[in-house]
Design a protein around this ligand. Structure first.
Ligand SMILES: [Zn+2]
Length: 283
């Protein structure tokens, strides 16, 4: 190989490298590297990322975003966190609607800065359970409902949903079977024509027929013509038994569902475990 031009190899005339100044890119020194590694560890260790649940708003936040407080000593706490109406399922702590199970024996609980600031300023914390956000425990029968299943037992549709999904790496030509099962996407909500949907529904007959889904739900796939069905099953799967169980529970326990009639015909149209053909047709 030829010597690069201008490289003197005669020993005595070897040029010193230029003094480093700010205009040259420099490699970090070992000390700087150590400093960066230490800073990274400090910012990402278990202690830095530890989370806590605020006893007032029940949000899970980073522990550094709040503090332990003696609840009784927080200013205006009684004024804003005593429920105006007591519900049978409330678990009050000393008359306050807060997460009673998270208060220790000394009456201390972790409170986020936002809730604490609001109370100190004599304001209702925006996300406090006592700000009409308490919903109690969610029954298992309802917890199990996936998105499409919740549409099937709903009585009203204030929005319709447009799912736009695309493979994470849509820029390359690809065979969907060679991709990981990762989909990215977004959901757009539109105001719906409520009277038209009301006309379409059959009075107090539930669950909704699967055809209803195509009126409130649309799915767009971007960047791929065909997609293995298994990719969609996580989000859009329907279990017939889960829907029926939820509906029966609502019928027995929710006054808005007391007078509904469960439609055997509609239930029989649901898949035992799969994506309804009506949803596939909207893709
Ligand atoms: Zn809070």
């Amino acid at each position: 190989m030829e010597e690069p031009a201008g490289n003197e190899s005669d020993g005595e005339d070897v040029q010193e490298p230029p003094e480093p100044t700010s205009q040259y890119m420099q490699l970090p020194t070992p000390e700087q590297q150590q400093h960066c590694i230490a800073a990274f560890i400090d910012a990402t260790n278990n202690e830095a990322l530890e989370s806590a649940v605020c006893v007032i708003c029940m949000r899970e936040l980073l522990r550094k975003e709040g503090d332990l407080h003696v609840i009784k000593d927080i200013l205006h706490v009684r004024r804003h966190l005593s429920p105006a109406e007591v519900h049978a399922a409330h678990q009050l702590w000393d008359g306050l609607l807060i997460a009673s199970t998270c208060i220790d024996e000394g009456g201390q609980g972790w409170v986020c800065q936002e809730c604490h600031r609001a109370l100190r300023a004599n304001r209702m914390p925006k996300y406090a359970m006592n700000n009409n956000l308490w919903i109690g425990d969610i029954l298992l029968a309802l917890q199990k409902l996936q998105f499409v299943e919740s549409l099937l037992v709903a009585q009203h549709y204030p929005r319709c949903y447009v799912f736009k999904l695309y493979p994470r790496d849509a820029s390359r030509a690809q065979n969907p079977h060679h991709l990981q099962r990762a989909m990215a996407g977004n959901v757009t909500l539109y105001e719906i024509n409520v009277p038209a949907v009301v006309d379409m529904l059959e009075g107090r007959l539930l669950l909704q027929s699967v055809e209803t889904l195509s009126s409130v739900l649309a799915i767009m796939l971007v960047g791929t013509k065909q997609l293995p069905k298994s990719w969609l099953s996580r989000t859009f799967r329907v279990h017939c038994d889960v829907v029926l169980e939820a509906l029966k529970w609502l019928q027995a326990n929710n006054e808005n569902y007391n007078d509904v009639t469960i439609s055997e015909e509609h239930i029989n149209m649901l898949p035992v475990d799969g994506i309804p053909a009506e949803i596939e047709a909207t893709i």
